[in-house]
Design a protein around this ligand. Structure first.
Ligand code: ADP
Ligand code: MG
Length: 469
């Protein structure tokens, strides 16, 4: 084992004993120069500050790890870089940040070249934006149109119109997508510095400061640099800061720091600001200051539209019959992430079985498991019949009878439709159970599919029946 290998092994032990931030600041850029007189490791570090800090705080750790790996009683000595290696100067930006810091931190930071280390802790500014999440590929419908309008308004007027913008709704409904879309748009239009961050990351970054009392001033400076030096701050899933009092306080400080500069804040959450649990009241009030807007689960129409949109352009698109989208839309959960999962599954099945057309039978056969959460139990034809009969106040026998009165006919068609959409049964078997042939079943399915597009009333009735099954 040469010196480099030996030191790399020791470092990797150290790395697993300290936080990433600490490791990056103090240990990452150290080198084992040589082993002196065969018993002292000469380790080069970048600055006196780092050297002193390591000696004062990590002496035991370093000795212990050296021993663990080398199995010898080596001593060690820290030396700073040879003079020709220039210690980087503070950058303009750093000075600017320092000038904004409260007095008590200023001194520490100014007197320590370690502020340069800030760039290593939070290397190259990265906005974390996903360029694939845009407004263009976000499908708009009744349940999200207000959110989209507000999101676009913020992208057009960052920092001035709705500040903060607070988006809330259940998981999988497009909050994260929309927030990235705003960020991407602002970057493109306004050339502003945007930072997207999960609230968990915000919390972790902040907790670093508190878990390291000795270094917290430096770390606080690093934290502030990361968060204050931007124009648009996007924090996702704020509900995870519930009970995190210190982090909440720092979030409040960040808001305060942003205020005079009209910097934009965008937040998402699974509940409205009012319903956030274990949050400081002043923060909740702050959240609700600008604009709070909810995204609701997509209804049948929006689901079909999203499916159509996501499938368009795929090589198999022209093989997939519209009824397949309707089948997926009426059976899947109201969660777009779930829809995406089903689409991917469908593609895999198409690839495996290479059907010429992808019709309802194919989808039912191969997607059943993915839709299983919503699938009815074995005896589902009977259950559906019973639920429909109850809903329309007729008997199951009437549904199976030859009676052709309009209301009975409608109830029967809805029952047949639900059986085709929500069970694995073939049209023949469904037909048999209603004393009809398969053509009647197909006709009923098409009729109700058509009605669903045109009638809010039918949509509502079917929804209520489904809730009862
Ligand atoms: P949330 O953050 O609300 O949990 P996401 O933004 O992560 O939801 O959305 C989950 C997935 O669904 C993402 O891949 C997203 O692109 C997609 N998605 C959600 N809503 C829409 C929509 N209206 N149009 C297109 N894709 C959407
Ligand atoms: Mg999200």
């Amino acid at each position: 084992m040469n010196n480099n290998e030996l030191w790399a092994q020791i470092l990797s032990r150290i790395e697993s004993s300290v936080s990433t931030m600490i490791y990056n600041i103090y240990f990452k850029d150290t080198t084992l120069l040589n082993i002196d007189n065969n018993n002292t490791l000469i380790i080069q570090v970048k600055s006196d500050f780092i050297k002193n800090h390591l000696q004062n705080h990590f002496d035991d750790l370093i000795s212990e790890k050296i021993k663990e790996i080398s199995r010898k009683d080596y001593l060690y000595e820290l030396v700073t870089s040879p003079p020709e290696v220039e210690i980087p100067k503070k950058k303009e930006e750093d000075n600017e940040i320092i000038s904004q810091l409260p007095l008590e931190f200023k001194e520490t930071v100014e007197n320590n070249p370690v502020i340069n280390v800030v760039d290593e802790v939070f290397p190259d500014y990265n906005d974390n934006l996903n360029p694939n999440y845009t407004f263009d590929n976000f499908v708009v419908g009744k349940q999200n149109s207000i959110a989209v309008t507000c999101a676009k308004a913020v992208a057009d007027n960052p920092g001035t119109l709705y500040n903060p913008l607070f988006l809330y709704g259940k998981s999988g409904l497009g909050k994260t997508h929309l927030m990235h879309a705003i960020g991407n748009e602002i970057k493109k239009k306004w050339n502003k510095r945007v930072l997207y961050i999960s609230s968990k990351q915000f919390k972790e970054d902040y907790q670093e400061i508190f878990s390291n009392r000795e270094t917290n001033k430096t770390l606080l400076a690093a934290f502030k640099k990361k968060y204050y030096d931007i124009d648009v701050l996007i924090i996702d899933d704020i509900q995870f800061l519930s009970s995190a009092e210190k982090t909440q306080e720092e979030l409040h400080n960040t808001f305060e720091a942003f205020k005079p500069f009209q910097k934009q804040i965008i937040i998402s959450s699974d509940t409205s600001p009012d319903d956030l649990q274990k949050f400081e009241d002043r923060l909740k009030t702050r959240f609700a200051w600008g604009m709070s807007v909810q995204i609701s689960p997509p209804d049948f129409d929006l689901k079909v539209e999203i499916l159509r949109n996501k499938m368009a352009g795929h090589e198999t698109a022209n093989r997939i019959k519209p009824e397949v989208l309707e089948y997926i839309a009426s059976n899947s959960q109201s969660d777009v992430r779930h829809l995406e999962g089903i689409i991917n599954r469908l593609y895999v099945m198409i690839m495996m079985y290479q059907p010429e057309v992808v019709d309802l039978e194919f989808a039912q056969k191969y997607l059943a498991d993915d839709i299983a959460d919503n699938k009815y139990s074995d005896n589902s034809i009977e259950k559906i019949k019973k639920a429909v009969a109850d809903y329309y106040n007729v008997t199951v026998d009437t549904l199976k009878s030859k009676k052709r009165k309009a209301e009975i006919n409608k109830a029967r068609q809805i029952a047949i439709y639900l059986c085709t959409m929500n069970t694995d049964e073939t049209v023949e078997r469904i037909g048999l159970s209603f004393n009809r042939d398969h053509a009647t079943v197909i006709h009923a399915r098409e009729k109700i599919t058509e009605d669903l597009k045109n009638s809010e009333q039918i949509r509502q009735e079917i929804k209520e029946i489904k809730d009862k099954i």
